[in-house]
Design a binder for this molecule. Structure first.
Ligand code: SAM
Length: 285
């Protein structure tokens, strides 16, 4: 398959993103979703699931570094992590930078996403090459229900609600996430843009504030996600999630292109319209 000067659109929630592609690398209808991989003119490679942009080579580091290192540096001594979703391997790649971690588990529902990313996006999917990685294929909501008290950090890197990710956006799932943590554990979950999907931001922040002693919301700039920004809920029963237990070593900091202690602090600083949303979540929790 090959195209030239063609534009693809992500159109959802009354908002559109248009990107010029130069080549259609891969296309498959899996048991769960339509998978497409493209070569773009300006943004490197692009992964779409059901017509929704999951990542581009251009800015995936911003999302994956924040999703992995923010919860990692919240926990003082993490050893065992779980990623739910995250089939592209980007969060795993970032977690694998930490020699302290002993086991990196991932539960992804769609084996075809993993296979396509390992084949066409090795610079992101290289996380799978780490020998500490254990892959589980299945629904993440069922996986956490069956694994109590096992993980120091759980990161939910899911697609948006509506498709197979739907069960990952409800209170029952967050109760199971909490139960799957070891004492002192931390969760972080993809929690949408406050500009585009304030209702989902409100819902997830209400759930985390209701269930955990400490819960907060951090944002990151990811230009190819709708509105250029996406947020994450971070929660723990053991510690204030705004506080860092540690910082990246000088050597690691030189490898990272987005996460650093100042960006981490700034990610929790919000304009009034987001502060009001989070206050509403606190009051209804
Ligand atoms: N960073 C992306 C974003 O914010 O849109 C998400 C990337 S990652 C590719 C999302 C993954 O979640 C997909 O591979 C999808 O198959 C997986 N997924 C969706 N629902 C799931 C579920 N219930 N259990 C496990 N994985 C799921």
């Amino acid at each position: 398959m090959s195209t030239s000067g063609t534009w693809i659109n992500e159109v959802a929630n009354g908002y559109g993103t248009t990107i010029e592609i130069t080549r259609h690398l891969f296309s498959k209808k899996s048991a769960f979703q339509q998978i497409d991989l493209y070569e773009t003119r300006k943004l490197g490679k692009l992964l779409m699931l059901d017509g929704i942009i999951q990542l581009t080579s251009f800015d995936e580091f911003a999302y994956h570094e924040m999703m992995a290192h923010l919860p990692f540096y919240t926990h003082p001594c993490p050893e065992k992590t779980l990623v739910i979703g995250g089939g592209d391997g980007g969060v795993l790649r970032e977690l694998a930078r930490h020699p302290e971690l002993k086991e990196l588990h991932i539960c992804e529902i769609d084996a075809d996403v993993i296979e396509a990313c390992r084949r066409f996006l090795p610079e992101t999917a290289c996380g799978y090459d780490d020998e500490r990685v254990r892959i589980h294929i299945g629904d993440g909501s069922q996986f956490v229900r069956e694994h109590k008290g096992e993980f120091d950090i759980i990161i939910v890197d899911s697609t948006d609600p509506g498709g197979p990710g739907e069960p990952l956006f409800g209170e029952a799932f967050y109760l199971d996430l909490k139960a799957a943590l070891r004492p002192g554990g931390v969760i972080a979950s993809q929690s949408e843009s406050p500009w585009l999907l304030p209702d989902i931001v409100l819902r997830l922040n209400t759930i985390t504030r209701k269930l955990f002693k400490y819960a907060d919301y951090a944002v990151m700039q990811v230009p190819t996600y709708p509105t250029g920004q996406i947020g994450m809920c971070v929660a723990s029963d053991a510690r204030d999630v705004r506080l860092q237990a540690a910082e990246p070593s000088e050597a690691l900091q030189k490898e990272l292109r987005y996460y650093n202690p100042e960006v981490r602090s700034g990610a929790f600083a919000h304009p009034r319209f987001v502060q009001e949303l989070l206050e509403k979540a606190r009051l209804q929790a």
